[in-house]
Design a binder for this molecule. Structure first.
Ligand code: TPP
Ligand code: DXP
Ligand code: MG
Length: 623
């Protein structure tokens, strides 16, 4: 096996060119064997094998810097940089990350996970290189989906001013997670049909403009004509017009052609875009036929592509069904996603109500302001988004939605620990950032029934409302507690005296287990399902403070700015005579691993929570 020769970084440079294709096939096979067991991002990695090999062959790592946008396609890069032996534990607790990480390897030039950052980061690295008088190449690799994100254009705008080399590789597989739609995708479609790349001398705009006295005028005249004609003469006109040099399109599965293009790109003292066309899922029929299903996978049977585990009903499924039923009755309801129709559960809605569905590309900031516009125009928009990606749109929530108290509902999926995607994707900050925003209302359901109830409640609600729920199986317990939702009111599940547990959303289930133990120890324990984090049910807290000496808050959010801290502040302000114990995620970035393992490690499972509570009751600090 050629792959046996790949162990240390840069071993690929010792491989004979005649063996490149064989090595690519073996890498694909290796990735399939490993990912089919561990799960991970499959289709994007299968598509980027030759591209990664060509980059490693054309550049000198770690001196030259590769920045992978999102980073979910960086597995071959990891394999070629000494991490082949670590793939059995990829995305597992203590194992290597599924994304590039500077702490993991000096070959990972920049951490990624959220989309459309690579050009900005690469430009920063290139400018740092130049100011420090260093001499190496910086290459940002960005997908066509990630190129729909606004940050990418802010960076391209800036990159046009570069006077030294900076290379952007556009890895175009004509797919985001789902179909890549919109104007950028349309522009790329026209580029794909341009004649293939034959070398720098063939770049028409550059070549034409070099013709003395005629060239520049000719390019200008062509540039002023209708776009199809322009495209005939100047592929990559979009980039060229911005002052960037476009090279392409290049076959992303032809290693020699790509090496040739990268060497050409190195010769230019400016920003160069190399447009590489790849095939998502390349080499594995199930992924080629259904790249969306194989974008991110759990373990699966290699021969069939079928998932190993039967999937249970998730909160996303509940949202999807209830929202579609609501939309049937109310034509004002519209659904917005930033390139995540599958992950957020909007796919069924898209199918049923295509005219009321908006996939805006990987553009969370735009999604929120767009929703504000829809609301101002009289519709009832639902922004369906992951907790960690909504971090992007903080200003838009303040400036465009909440300041005007507009009728926008945020369905915040993946709130809390998400597991194997790790620190970039954990949804640990939403309660903190949302609670700072005046007019924002925040709700967390304790189980699947309550998610359905709050969604129905939201239809008639006036003003911004954020509903946060976690990744994975929807909790079906506590079915017997289903008090109708009342604005700003918590639900008291058990009322006693002495200790009151105030649990938020997913933590209500854990709180039940904690309560059972405390009761067995002889304590009298009240259990409150908080429901509305904002507005906080202050009247209930004041009432409970009369009969309880201890309040325990429990939430799957960082402590800083979280629910517990706000309850602490309220009790202090009102001088309520209660001891406060806050169970929350410590103020840190939480790595990858299964959700259960992570909850255990950071002591927010029942066992860890009880340890913290016992310590606090005994007046000990956490060891
Ligand atoms: C800010 C942000 N929003 C959404 C995502 C989820 N996401 C991850 S990869 C991806 C699609 C990326 O498409 P592309 O860049 O073309 O890469 P491909 O998977 O096609 O290789 C999306 C939407 C993300 N990582 N970051
Ligand atoms: C790379 C990326 O950002 C997405 O693919 C993400 O990993 C999806 O997460 P879910 O598996 O929770 O939908
Ligand atoms: Mg793509």
């Amino acid at each position: 096996m050629i792959l046996d020769q790949i162990n240390q970084p840069n071993d690929i440079k010792k491989i004979a060119p005649k063996d490149y294709d064989m090595l690519a096939a073996e890498i694909r096979d290796f990735l399939l064997q490993k990912i089919s067991v561990t799960g991970g991002h499959l289709a994007s990695n299968l598509g980027a094998v030759e591209l990664t090999m060509a980059l490693h062959l054309a550049f000198d790592l770690p001196e030259d810097k590769l920045i992978w946008d999102v980073g979910h396609q960086s597995y071959t890069h990891k394999l070629l940089t000494g991490r082949k032996k670590d793939f059995d534990e990829i995305r597992c607790f203590g194992g290597i990350s599924g994304f590039p990480n500077r702490n993991e390897s000096r070959f990972d030039a920049f951490n990624t996970g959220h989309s459309s950052t690579s050009i900005s980061a690469g430009l920063g690295l290139a400018q740092a290189r130049d100011l420090l008088g260093q001499d190496h190449y910086v290459v940002s690799i960005i997908g066509d989906g990630s190129l729909t994100g606004g940050m990418a254009y802010e960076a391209l705008n800036n990159a046009s001013q570069m006077k030294k080399n900076f290379i952007i590789v556009l890895n175009d597989n004509n797919m985001s997670i789902s179909e890549n739609i919109g104007g950028v995708s349309r522009m790329m479609n026209s580029l794909r049909t341009a004649p293939g790349y034959n070398g720098l001398k063939e770049n028409v705009s550059t070549a034409l403009s070099r013709i003395p006295s005629v060239g520049e005028g000719l390019v200008r005249r062509i540039s002023n004509t209708k776009s199809s004609l322009k495209q005939l003469f100047i592929p990559g006109m979009f980039f060229e017009n911005m002052g960037l040099t476009y090279l392409g399109p290049v076959d992303g599965h032809d290693i020699n052609q790509m090496i040739h293009a990268f060497h050409d790109a190195k010769r230019l003292n400016r920003t160069v875009v190399v447009h590489v066309m790849t095939h998502k899922g390349q080499g594995y029929a199930p992924a080629e036929n259904n790249p969306e299903a194989f974008h991110g996978v759990g373990s699966f049977v290699l021969e069939t592509g079928k998932a190993v585990k039967k999937t249970s009903r998730t909160y996303t499924d509940v949202f999807s069904q209830v929202f579609c039923a609501m939309a049937k009755k109310d034509s004002r309801l519209v659904g917005i996603t930033a390139a995540m129709p599958e992950g957020t559960g909007l796919k069924l809605f898209h199918h049923l109500y295509p005219e009321r569905f908006f996939d805006v590309g990987i553009a969370e900031e735009h999604a929120v302001t767009f929703a504000a516009g829809l609301a101002a125009g009289g519709l009832k928009p639902y922004v369906c988004v992951y907790s960690s990606f909504l971090q992007r749109a903080y200003d838009q929530m303040i400036h465009d939605v909440c300041l005007q108290n507009l009728n926008v509902t945020f369905c915040i999926d993946r709130a809390g620990l998400v597991g194997s995607d790790g620190e970039t994707h954990q949804g640990l900050f939403d309660l903190s950032y949302l609670q700072t925003i005046p007019n924002m209302n925040i709700f967390a359901p304790k189980n699947c029934y309550e998610l359905a109830d709050i969604l129905r409640f939201s239809a008639e609600f006036q003003g911004p409302l954020a509903i946060r729920y976690p990744r994975g199986t929807a909790y079906e317990g506590l079915k017997e507690f289903r008090e109708p939702i009342q604005y700003g009111k918590s639900e008291v599940l058990y009322e006693e005296q002495e200790i009151a547990i105030l649990a938020v959303g997913s933590m209500v289930e854990t709180a039940c287990a904690v309560r059972d133990v405390l009761k067995a120890e002889g304590y009298n324990v009240t259990l409150v399902n908080v429901r509305f984090i904002r507005p906080m049910d202050q009247a209930l807290l004041e009432r409970l403070a009369l009969t309880h000496r201890i309040f325990i808050t429990m939430e799957e959010n960082v402590h800083s700015g979280g629910f517990g801290e706000h309850v602490d502040a309220f009790c202090a302000e009102q001088e309520l005579p209660v001891q406060m114990i806050n169970i929350a995620i410590p103020n840190m970035y939480v790595e990858h691993g299964s959700v259960d393992k992570l909850k255990h490690v950071i002591s927010i499972d029942a066992e860890g929570a009880l340890r913290q509570i016992h310590n606090a009751l005994a007046g000990r600090s956490e060891e």
